[in-house]
Design a protein around this ligand. Structure first.
Ligand code: PLP
Length: 681
């Protein structure tokens, strides 16, 4: 089976084998409580002290404090609480304090959220002030210089988790000194550990949180540095562990594991050098450039960690890129929070004034300093595979003409959708209700498959089609005379191969009927599809038949299409989802079952381990579901089991078929992610 290539190191890393061994030892042999005074406890105490001593040397803690905690989110809380409690006490003593809590616009959410939380809880009512960054992600130092005299606390990260952009901490330090600012200074060092040299006590940084799981230690262990003399208030009180700074029996397995990582860092024999890491990044970037034409990197490499790449590809959403990489078993993350239909833009890239397509389409590829040659080489091969899969599916410009598609294609954004009726034999197509957001997609589809667009029609009058017409160039007759709906002035029907499209006027709206004409007419029983902006249309009843599928051009609930006849209540099965065991049993009982992979063709093509229990699976992406549903509903209704990556999309497909009255349509729950099927298709 093909192994996964994990390139999401900024989210978390695997645990270093030596760290796993150290944690096992701390749980097995040295399981004592470091606060116990007997021999078993003392052994644990030695481990705790050794780990702290190593961290102190490595980070240049000097006379400062270095406490273990659960991770950076806790470290940030403790730091913010400490600074704000001190500010409140000073104010209560009648001392002047700054009024601003300044934080970089690209900080991890833990920082502004903690600032707002503790500011409110402590009743300080200071002003949260977001410090802008420029297009390269660098802080606006001129503005910080202006604000510095009124700043009570300044929060800046050492390196950004989405882009790897490194903050010029030295410049901020100079600026704070020159302006005589009395602000406390918190520097989130999570992404810097193991990638940037740190000598904390030689700086004026007051607080520096760290997190173990970003550098090969387990989740749930972290550290907080507090400068000697900086105010400190414990977040957690209790048994007085960590010198009373952070109570609760220590997470010794985590501390032992972190200790193994820190000593590897100190020895310098385990992790790659900056130069090696930069060469890995360069190779990945070259592969991305070759595979994904027009790829744009969202950060300057010379000002970023060598382990992070953040990029966007024109015409591709982060959802599509995530899906194709995931199919190729390359684990990356989207730089933004995706919803099923459209990605929410990344606040980091928004702050850098990146255009929306880049901010909403960003992908982060990140690796740790343990990355090896074979992983990078393997990743480059799979990036090529993803590029080829996207080209073959016409999602990115392709030199060669792809195998032409036939039938119906649904293209959707946020509940609205466009439809394309494609005829491979004549290489011609019709576009119904073109959405402006789909212009690039329709264009690349038409060009790559070398279609001629016969008509661009809409269900309401006066839709502006000029942008699409000019994008399509020679692939459409831009001079053809049409009415306000785009319908050709000449003729009552549009012929597309052996199919016929008819227009039905209904007040100000238009509906369209598609089917195989009989004697130059389209009787109700020949109408396969009806297109309408509305999900139920009385005006179409007499013109269609029970088998006609109504394809709405609004699809908020991902219904794809609806039947003209309401399904019998008995058609809805109680159990739609098959878990792995039920799936195997179902296949035994129904050997004629058809397995349907509903992922998009580029995912199917990029897949390294499709595996369908020794059976061939058919690729029917959701965008082609309406076309195929119409076929499946005719005839003997072979049992259908849909599957996809996670089980979400296949569930929608099974629901559709059940709604339409198919007797046996199911979804493999958990999808390929949970139940990789045994053999390659
Ligand atoms: N700060 C940065 C820059 C991070 O990347 C993260 C993790 O995503 C955190 C803080 C939070 O760290 P933890 O998971 O240890 O709470």
């Amino acid at each position: 089976m093909t192994t996964e290539i994990y390139l999401d190191g900024n989210a978390t890393t695997a645990v270093l084998p030596a760290a796993i061994a150290a944690a096992a030892d701390a749980m097995g042999q040295r399981y004592g409580n470091p606060s116990s005074s007997h021999g078993t406890g003392l052994k644990a105490k030695v481990l705790l002290d050794q780990t702290r001593a190593c961290a102190v040397r490595l980070l240049g803690v000097g006379d400062g404090r270095l406490m273990f905690n659960s991770g950076a989110t806790e470290g940030i809380q403790t730091a913010v609480l400490s600074a704000l409690v001190a500010l409140r006490e000073r104010r209560e003593r009648g001392e002047a304090i700054g009024s601003l809590l300044v934080y970089g616009a690209t900080e991890h959410k833990a920082v502004p959220e903690s600032l707002a939380h503790w500011n409110r809880l402590l009743g300080l009512n200071l002003t949260l002030q977001k410090l802008p960054v420029d297009q390269d992600g660098a802080h606006d130092l001129a503005l910080l210089r202006q604000w510095a005299p009124q700043a009570a606390l300044v929060c800046t990260m050492a390196a950004n988790n989405e882009t790897g952009i490194i903050t010029d901490l030295a410049a901020i330090e100079v600026l704070l000194a020159e302006t005589g600012s009395a602000a406390y200074w918190l520097v989130d060092c999570v992404q810097a550990l193991g990638k940037l040299d740190l000598d904390l006590a030689s700086t004026r940084i007051d607080y520096a949180p760290f997190s173990g799981h970003k550098l090969y230690a387990p989740k749930g262990i972290g550290m907080l540095y507090v400068r000697a003399g900086a105010p400190f208030t414990p977040l957690i009180m209790g048994g007085g562990q960590e010198g009373g700074q952070r109570s609760g029996t220590e997470n010794m397995a985590g501390i032992a594991a972190l200790g193994a990582v820190l000593s590897a860092l100190e020895r310098g024999d385990t992790f790659r050098s900056h130069h090696q890491l930069a060469s890995f990044r360069a190779r990945l970037a070259d592969s991305l450039r070759a595979a994904l034409p027009g790829v744009v990197f969202n950060h300057p490499f010379d000002k970023s960690l060598p382990t992070t790449l953040n990029f966007s590809v024109p015409g591709l959403s982060s959802r599509e890129l995530m899906d194709v990489f995931d199919a190729a078993q390359v684990r990356v993350s989207s730089g933004s929070a995706c919803s099923a239909a459209k990605a929410a833009p990344s606040y980091v890239l928004d702050a850098m004034q990146a255009p929306l397509w880049r901010s909403a389409g960003a992908i982060r590829m990140s690796f740790g300093p343990l990355a090896d040659e074979a992983t990078i080489e393997g990743a480059c091969r799979r990036i090529e595979r993803c590029g080829a899969a996207l080209r073959a599916s016409c999602l990115i410009p392709s030199e060669r003409t792809a195998v032409p598609h036939d039938g119906l294609l649904q293209l959707g954004v946020e509940g609205a959708c466009s439809w394309m009726v494609l005829d491979a034999a004549s290489r011609s197509c019709i576009v119904i209700d073109p959405l402006p957001d789909m212009t690039a997609r329709i264009e690349s589809y038409v060009r790559c498959q070398n279609y001629q667009v016969q008509a661009i029609v809409s269900t309401s009058p006066g839709i502006d089609r000029s942008m699409l017409i000019s994008a399509l160039g020679r692939h459409v007759d831009s001079h053809a005379a049409t009415d306000a709906y785009g319908w050709p002035a000449s003729g009552d029907a549009i012929e597309l191969g052996n199919q016929t499209l008819l227009s039905v006027a209904d007040g100000a709206a238009r509906h369209y009927l598609l089917g195989n004409a009989v004697d130059a007419a389209l009787p109700p029983q020949a109408v396969r599809f009806a297109f309408s902006a509305r999900p139920a249309v009385e005006a179409l009843r007499a013109l269609t038949c029970a088998q006609t599928l109504l394809c709405p051009t609004r699809d908020e609930h991902n219904q794809f299409c609806v039947g003209m006849a309401a399904p019998a209540a008995s058609a809805m099965q109680a159990a739609l989802q098959l878990d792995r065991a039920a799936f195997e049993a179902f296949l035994q009982a129904h050997p004629d079952t058809e397995l349907i992979d509903v992922r998009e063709p580029y995912e199917f093509a990029a897949t390294t381990t499709p595996g369908t229990a020794g059976r061939g699976a058919r690729s029917v992406p959701l965008s082609r579901l309406a076309e195929h549903a119409s076929g499946w509903l005719q005839g003997d209704q072979t049992p259908l089991v849909f599957f996809c990556r996670s089980g979400n999309r296949s569930l929608k497909a099974a629901q559709l078929l059940q709604r339409l009255g198919h007797a046996q349509a199911y979804s493999l729950s958990g999808g390929l992610a949970l139940a990789p099927l045994a053999h390659a298709a």
